[in-house]
Design a protein around this ligand. Sequence first.
Ligand code: TYD
Length: 425
Amino acid sequence: MKRNTKRKTGKPEREEIFEVKACRICKNNDLLEFFSLGAMPPPNLFPKSDDNLENEPFYPLDVYFCQHCGLVQLKHVVNPNIMFRDYIYITSGSNTMVEHFGRLAEELVKKFKLNSDSLVVDIGSNDGTLLSHFKRLGPRTLGIDPAENLVSVAAEKGIEQLPLLFTNQSAKKVRQKYGRAKVITATNVFAHVNDLHDFVRGLKTLLTNDGIFIAEFPYLVDLLEKEELDTIYHEHLSYFAIRPLLTLFEKHDLKLFDVKRLPVHGGSIRLYVRRGGKKTLTPVVKELLRLEERMGMETSKPYLDFAKKAYDKRRNLVKFLSDLKAKGKQIIGYGAAAKGNILLNFCNIGPEILDYIVDAIPDKQGRITPGVHIPVYPEAKLLEDMPDYALLLAWNFADEILEKNKEYRKKGGKFILVVPEIKIV
Ligand code: TYD
């Protein structure tokens, strides 16, 4: 496979990729590289089979631990215009997430007494799924998302969405036109942000004085415990634990006043943040800090252990699938998730092992996956073809996908799970 690796440095808005020299939060440069996946394609850029694949981009994917504040992060930043302007992932592709966001909107409307006077701004609003729940419950809504292709998709749900990257500067423009927000949400967005300080300044610009910022993203504790190596990719610049987040918000005189652990996306956390407030830590924050300490997360050990297990998993998965192929079994992939694309590229598993991948998102169907170029088809093909095994690449939706495919399983089809360990169900 040709690896057209780009390793430029320079200004983010101009270069395809640039490299930060210091920690995103504490600006220290004591960064330890503990895991390298090598050169990987941006996992949401699905080529068409007739594209000139010679020019397919591959960018370095190396993970660092800040030995000062504890932030786990990437140093290489792929230009957000390449990754987000034309975005293929849509939230409404999974019922689990649609229902999850319905519950989030209901909770926030009740807890913070939101009504038709309150503005809710969702950063990274994608196809408007979360905001459509808010809209149904009363508050005014506004989406902000750099994906130009999703403006009309959100509009179909009655959601106004501005095609912008959220920065302090864009926050000022939004405030001028729409006023301040009582609630700002950012689900699976905060980890995508390169300049976290500017983003947080933008929150302060746009929030009312009693406003609340709610963020959700995968929790580093879950990533380490369940060896979720494939959730590491270019879009995810930070892998958050609580400790470095406290440093970040304190710097801006914001208070992390509550945290909830969530089952979504392999284990996430939801942060509740407001201006000022007492400096004391809430019990739930203290409890999570104790957990992180017990896991030794302020030392390099759990990260080095994680890397070792990731290389073992690669070896074991390749052997496992090759053995099945040697027995003449047909294997396909289920869910052309970004994470799946990383797993397949990291393990160098291509169409010689997985005949194809099925996926619910229409824009992915008819394309090939980045890097290893496996064709993507609609989900119905699974039952039509009855392959022996389906490798569950969208493992974060295991319950939903296993339930949906009862018929395939009843007829003898089997799923292969890879997280937390490789097993057949
Ligand atoms: P997801 O894991 O949400 O995100 P990421 O791309 O960030 O890793 O992607 C899940 C993929 O799985 C997405 O392409 C939609 C697909 N999918 C199905 O094909 N069928 C389903 O029933 C579900 C829930 C998801």
